[in-house]
Design a binder for this molecule. Sequence first.
Ligand code: SF4
Length: 325
Amino acid sequence: MERSSSPPDLPRGVSAYYASLAESLDPCVDPIAAQFVPQEAEHLTLPYETPDPIGDELYRVGRRVLHHYRDRILILANDRCATYCRHCFRRHFTGHSTGRITDAEIEEARAYIASHAEVSEALVSGGDPLMMSDDHLFQLFDALRAAKESLIIRLATRVPVVQPGRITAELGARLGRYSPLWTVIHANHPRELTPEFDRAVGHLIDNGVPVLNQAVLLRGINDDPDTLEALLRGLVERRVKPYYLFQGDLAAGTAHFRTSIDTGLTLMKEMRRRLSGLAIPTYAVDLPNGGGKVPLTEATIRRREPGWYILVDDDGVEYRYPHEG
Ligand code: SF4
C-alpha cells in the first residue's frame, strides 16, 4: 500500500478526568489512552484518506451551517473539545482555532432555519458545543427556538464521557427547558461508564433530555464481543440508548483504528445473540465523499473486490470502501 507522510492536524489535549481513567499511558495496551495519546501511525495518510472523509464541505450553506439531509441542518458551534480523540473524523474543523460561533453566525443560522420550511431539526455539534460557556450555548439555543418553536435540537457532545463534571444539576435543569432537545454522546468503552458519567447523564435524563450514544468501532478498543457487550449493556442500564455503532470514516491518519466491515458485521450478529433489541445500535457507515449515512448489512455490500468493498446507497449508487482488516 502506497503511503504518504503528513503531520497530524488535530491538536493534542486531554482532560485531567479522562486521563485519570487510563491505567497506562501506552496507547498500545490501554483502550482509554489509545483514544487520546497520538501514535506514530497518525502521521501516515493512505491514498484514499482525507481530512474531510464524509464530505462536510460539499454541504456548507453558511459559515457554520451544513445542509445535507433534507429535514435537518448541522451547526458547527465550536471547534474546541475537552479531549481530542485521535480517531476524530472531523479533523478538517476540530481544533482549527475558529473558536465558538459568533453572534453574526448565530443570526445567519437562525435566518437559514426560519427561511427553510423543510428544516425541522438542528444538530448542534463541533468540536464540542458544551465547551462553550453556558451564556453562549443558550444564546444559540434561544436563537434556534426563535427561528422555529417546534425545532428539534440535537446536541452532540462528548463532555459526559470526557469531562462529566461540566454537566451539573443546574445545567441539566436549564437544558431541560429547551424540549424537544435530544443529546447524543460518544462513549466507546465500558471503562468510560463511571459514577461521574452516571451523574452527568442522570442530570440530563432526569430533566427530560433523552440521551443516545454513538460509538465508533475501534480496533483494539471495542472490537471484541465481550467489550462491546459490556459497553452496550452498561449504557442501557444507565438509561442511555445505543443509537449508532459507526464503521470508521476514512479520516487522514486513522487507519490504525479501523476494523474491516466483516469484523463489524460479525460483531453485530453476536450482539444480537447476546442482547435485547434495546441495546442494539444501528451499525452504519458514512459513505466516502459525502455519500451519506447508510446502515451496514450484507445488503449494503454489492460485491467484494480484492482490497475493497463495493457499497451501495439507497439509490443504487456504488461507493468503494477499503477492506483493511
Ligand atoms: S469530541 Fe468529537 S469532535 Fe472532539 S475530537 Fe472527539 S470525536 Fe472529534
